[in-house]
Design a protein around this ligand. Sequence first.
Ligand SMILES: *Cc1c(COP(=O)(O)O)cnc(C)c1O
Length: 389
Amino acid sequence: MKVPFADLRAMHEEVRGEIEAAWRGLVDRSAFIGGPAVAEFERAFAEYCEVPHAVGVGSGTDALRIALQAVGIRAGDLVLTVPHTFIATVEGITQAGASPVFIDIEADSYTMDPVLVEEYLERGCRLKDGVFVERKSGRRVAGLVPVDLYGHPADWDRLVALARKFELKIVEDACQAHGARYRGARCGTFGHAAAFSFYPGKNLGAMGEAGAITTADAAVAERCRVLRDHGQQERYIHITGEGGNARLDALQAAVLSAKLQRLEAWNEARRRVAAWYASRLEGLGVTLPQEMPWAAHVYHLYVVLLDERDRVRSALDRAGVQTGLHYPVPLHLQGAYASLGHRSGDFPVSERVANHGLSLPMFPHLTETQVDTVVAVLRVALASGMVAR
Ligand SMILES: *Cc1c(COP(=O)(O)O)cnc(C)c1O
């Protein structure tokens, strides 16, 4: 039996009728940018995230850049983030004109390590003429972009306390964590603003590109609305500066509103799949994903750590079980960031997860029988490695 890594079709069959009806209405009216479909989705998504404001944008990458600009990150600033994430996290920082400072992740949650953040801020930075700057570069240290990676929240209480103490702005990268909770509160509520992606494969996905920013701050929300639409508060009037074109379109908003109704059930289904994996993988010498006591994980990805990851992955592939790597090369070792001058060994936890992490099939409609197949194939692959050694 073949097991795909992800299968979006079953989700779309559940909502096909609603989406087709909504799209027919939009074609009838032939109004595609903004309008009631976008406003309705923004209202519903804000309510779902238990946050006052949501602003729809063109993608998660747009959401990160615009959120950083809206909270006050300026050209030349330094912004702390993690090397173990999708590159878009850092693109948002550089596209806002700032530069990333990498901080390693924790070994259990795979999210930004607050101890290392504190160490960098205490030892690596100082106040100079009333501005908090990095000692070695003299540049202003202005913000923090922790990532709720794989659907598991970062350790927000500790990160927020540090941001308060050092007066840093937080933009939460919640692009993988729609619906996750930290001590009962939703992801998307912990920073001055948060970024979501609705790339089709995310827990809440569009049928194309889309994203959103959530915030409790009305002024930040208003700046995001202006920045996503050419700096306009009124049509053809650009008072505070230019923005760009990063709008959410009505066809995607209609899809997202329909799918949002099912998100809780689909996240529950992912948690059920994760529990099936956990009970079957116990004792196989595989490191399972942790759900910290303060977390409600939504398993965007189910990532295990293995010795001989590449060999095991090939064996699974030959047996028809598709897997993924998220992400095989940490960002500090990518050519794109060579100018930062990092070397192998600089961020050991990130490097370990990059070298040993394997993403197993994970989607809401994955069946218990399919999980049994994945685990059976994995058992054989692990055992054949032992014989060979
Ligand atoms: C998907 C993702 C993004 C970018 O979202 P897009 O909608 O693809 O631009 C950013 N950060 C993380 C962690 C992501 O997983």
